[in-house]
Design a protein around this ligand. Structure first.
Ligand SMILES: *Cc1c(COP(=O)(O)O)cnc(C)c1O
Length: 435
């Protein structure tokens, strides 16, 4: 199931437990644990910082280079990463149930790596339209220039099978989607793509790899911004790509090497440290977010609350089938508020920081950009949406903070009459393009 070193650590621990198969949380805690030397050793993986790698002699140098060229995971140079990197790669490959992991300097660079590794001039890719928005920047800049066509689709509007072309090389999914958390039927979509020989990649940042397993559900590649839940402390930028086969590993490795992507050993260490507590942090994020979501649902000023773990969420049945947990991300609509009132609400919050990104221990709030919402097919409401990242504070303090900020809206003057939501030109153009 997992990469060689992770498998070794796992096997050793399993053997010690007389055949008992270790559960995921236990594997995460022990993945990459350093061997004892002369009877003792540190608990944690050492931080091996280096640029240059030294060899015993010229023959060893040549041997390492040959082995690396043949695809072996040996470091012939610092850019390839040493022990700390290996331990993290193995731990995440094990977490995602994949063959091999690649580390990149940010989540976005992990996305760009996958697109550049798999797509060539003349190729076509289908990307779900609720995708993490900066992917469109990679498309509009690099991919268009290379003559690669990206088409955005929605499983609720489009029939994936009819959109696949002879030159389609990649179907790119993200479930739940960014901002509005639409849950996809990843097994069904993957089956359609794979039947036609098309590779399936999925952004798995929402789950941190812990309660959603895209590779087990049919995807070939799982991408994560380790910046978010794996780090867990808002102190790290990092991306991770996990592939399910040696053939895909060879393709991604070639692009990873050619682009010179690498991360520092200190950052690899921080991600490993984050992994140890991923399950407990996520369980608490879910408890707090559920409490906040229930509170929001009871407030008269608030429209729909977007959180797939809520029983009345349209994605709830799929979420229940395919996920074993939910994150701390909750969005909600303020249907009667003007954009200025939505801004005032966020500004009145005292415990929620105003900022992008998420996945750290702390709560954050942001007014969703209308142009981002319009990229989502179902979005025709034209009302302000607030995205919360519910952190690890006591949820009673978070709901109290939300209540006082909502009261500020109620005190504010009546919103001026707003015109009925008109169809968005961008959306119409996108749909016309799809037909
Ligand atoms: C934040 C995010 C990314 C990008 O990660 P960075 O490390 O910020 O580049 C990718 N996908 C999703 C779903 C994200 O939320």
């Amino acid at each position: 199931m997992s990469a060689p070193n992770a498998a070794n650590a796992e096997n050793a621990a399993n053997a010690a437990n007389a055949g008992h198969r270790l559960h995921g949380a236990t594997q995460l805690l022990h993945a990459g644990a350093p061997a004892l030397r002369e009877g003792s050793g540190p608990v944690n993986v050492p931080v091996v910082r280096t640029s240059t790698v030294r060899f015993e002699n010229t023959a060893a140098y040549t041997d390492f280079h040959h082995r690396r060229d043949a695809g072996e995971r040996v470091a012939s140079y610092g850019r390839h990463g040493l022990d700390t990197h290996r331990a993290l790669e193995d731990a995440v490959a094990g977490l995602e149930g994949g063959h091999r992991a690649f580390l990149t300097p940010s989540g976005l660079s992990a996305i760009a790596l996958v697109l550049l590794a798999l797509l060539s001039p003349g190729d076509h890719a289908l990307v779900v339209d609720g995708v993490y928005a900066p992917l469109r920047r990679v498309d509009n800049t690099l991919l268009k220039r290379l003559g690669i066509t990206v088409e955005y689709f929605s499983p609720s509007r489009d029939d994936l099978a009819s959109l696949l072309r002879p030159n389609t090389r990649l179907v790119y999914l993200e479930s739940p989607s960014s901002l509005l958390y639409e849950v996809l039927d990843l097994p069904a979509l993957s089956a359609i793509a794979r039947e036609r020989g098309v590779t399936v990649a999925a952004d798995n940042t929402w789950s941190g790899g812990w309660f959603y397993k895209p590779l087990a559900l049919g995807a070939n590649i799982s991408i994560q911004a380790a910046t978010k839940y794996i780090s867990g402390h808002s102190d790290l930028m990092q991306g991770i790509v996990v592939v399910d086969s040696p053939a895909l590993a060879a393709k991604v490795r070639t692009a990873h090497d050619a682009l010179g992507l690498t991360i520092g050993a200190d950052d690899a260490y921080l991600a490993l440290r984050g992994l140890r507590t991923l399950p407990v942090r996520l369980a608490q994020h879910q408890r707090n977010a559920t409490e906040v979501a229930h509170f929001l649902q009871q407030q008269p000023q608030i429209g729909r609350v977007y959180y797939p773990a809520l029983p009345d969420d349209p994605g709830h049945a799929l979420w229940k089938r395919d996920f074993s947990g939910a994150s701390g991300l909750v969005s909600f609509a303020l249907p009667q508020a003007t954009p200025a009132q939505a801004d005032a609400f966020v500004d009145a919050l005292t415990l929620f920081g105003v900022g992008a990104s998420w996945g750290g221990y702390e709560s954050l709030a942001l007014v969703a950009q209308p142009e981002r919402l319009r990229e989502h097919p179902q979005w025709t409401h034209d009302v302000p949406v607030i995205r919360l990242h519910v952190g690890l504070e006591d949820p009673r303090d978070l709901t109290a903070d939300l209540a006082q900020a909502l009261a500020r809206i109620a005190e504010a003057p009546e919103p001026s009459a707003r015109p009925a939501a008109a169809p968005f030109p961008e959306l119409l153009r996108a749909e016309a393009h799809l037909r």
